[in-house]
Design a protein around this ligand. Structure first.
Ligand code: M6R
Length: 362
């Protein structure tokens, strides 16, 4: 069933170009978005409250950047275990959205039930249509990832992100912040995603080499800015989860508010920074790190790798991509770093200790 791969995780990483292609065929036809959200009309919503756990939470956090940037829709985002006990007040005009691959995560389900009579709509982004979370939602949107076996979530994450990108564009159009022409352009960008993801998978060899060195580290920091910040968190979670190396993700701008004290020659710092409008700011964060002897692994595109200057410990070069696609594409290095580091450490990649695929207890 692993289809020639050593682990389900490797197979599921490799399936991603096909999976995101499937999401696009499910929800985009020509220049139109066909994603059915039932009664939900984003022009009648003032606020979106997203709730999830773990990797699904990071997909929601990325979506917050998209909904706010493209649709000018304010988004609250919470981890389900905090949300459910906080007794968060809902203002009228709020839709609640729950993200869950398994659809059975206890905290996410409890948060959904708490929101039942308080939110205008209960939306979910799910992979399993028969799951509890799907059944208890007003609108359950499928991510079309197929069965995900490995405990570390990979293709579900990129399928969640692709579905969210489409939903955010739909919201932008409905709310009058994106013309039909601009929308058509963004959908054309999304159609490049499967090809770009296949191209990105060719970083496998270099990532494997670098990971043998990362495997010697005790701590690893991941940095990202803007829509790449959630990817830094996801990279750190993946690495801890399957290689058991302590890793933290930070917003690049937070570095000098504490974590820079950790930087020395033993702590690799993974910087996820495509060449976007924020790149120069990230370069100055990198220089601060390198000036303190830190070893920077820069994950970026060719243009950025050229202008980043000397002193970088290692570089993983990604294909250039439109801004909207970058977080989805950069999931691949986050996953491959964790995968190869885990192999170098000899851990059980698909069944990491102490973890279950579906967390049905609080
Ligand atoms: O099934 P869910 O999407 O609700 O699961 C949420 C988290 O438990 C899950 O994403 C977890 O963080 C992954 N094992 C991370 O790789």
């Amino acid at each position: 069933e692993k289809g020639g791969y050593k682990h389900y995780m490797a197979k599921e990483i490799a399936q991603q170009p096909t999976v995101v292609g499937g999401v696009l065929s499910a929800y985009v036809q020509n220049d139109q978005i066909t994603m059915d959200l039932g009664p939900v009309d984003f022009s009648k919503i003032d606020r979106l409250s997203i709730v999830a756990c773990g990797t699904a939470y990071y997909a929601g956090l990325t979506a917050k950047y998209w909904f706010e940037h493209y649709a000018r829709l304010p988004v609250d985002i919470d981890v389900a275990s905090e949300f459910r006990y906080r007794e968060a007040p809902f203002s009228p005009g709020t839709a609640a959205l729950f993200v869950s691959q398994s659809g059975e995560t206890a905290d996410t389900l409890a948060a959904l039930r708490y929101s039942r009579d308080k939110a205008d709509h209960i939306i979910s982004l799910i992979n399993v249509p028969e799951s509890s979370i799907a059944r208890e939602s007003d609108v359950a949107v499928k991510i079309h990832a197929g069965v995900e076996v490995s405990v570390a979530s990979t293709k579900a994450f990129t399928a969640q992100l692709t579905s969210f990108a489409i939903m955010a564009l739909k919201a932008a159009h409905q709310r009058g912040h994106m013309s039909a022409d601009v929308l058509a352009g963004k959908l054309a960008e999304l159609r490049q995603l499967p090809g770009l993801m296949s191209a990105a998978l060719s970083i496998d060899d270099i990532t494997q080499k670098i990971s043998t060195k990362l495997a010697e580290a005790r701590d690893v920091l991941f940095l990202g800015r803007g829509q790449m910040f959630p990817l830094a968190l996801e990279g750190a979670l993946k690495l801890k989860e399957i290689s058991y190396i302590h890793a933290e993700g930070y917003a690049s701008g937070e570095l000098k508010h504490g974590p820079i004290a950790l930087v020395d020659q033993h702590t690799p710092i993974v910087v996820m920074a495509p060449h976007d409008g924020l790149f120069d700011k990230t370069v100055s964060n990198m220089q601060e790190v390198m000036a303190r002897g830190g070893r920077v692994l820069l994950i970026s595109d060719v243009r950025a790798a050229d202008s980043a200057g000397d002193g970088v410990w290692n570089t993983i070069t990604m294909p250039e991509a439109p801004e909207l696609l970058q977080p989805i594409l950069y999931a691949i290095p986050a996953q491959l770093i964790a995968y190869h580091t885990a192999i170098a450490k000899g851990t059980d990649v698909d069944q990491p200790r102490n973890l279950a695929k579906s967390v049905t207890v609080e």
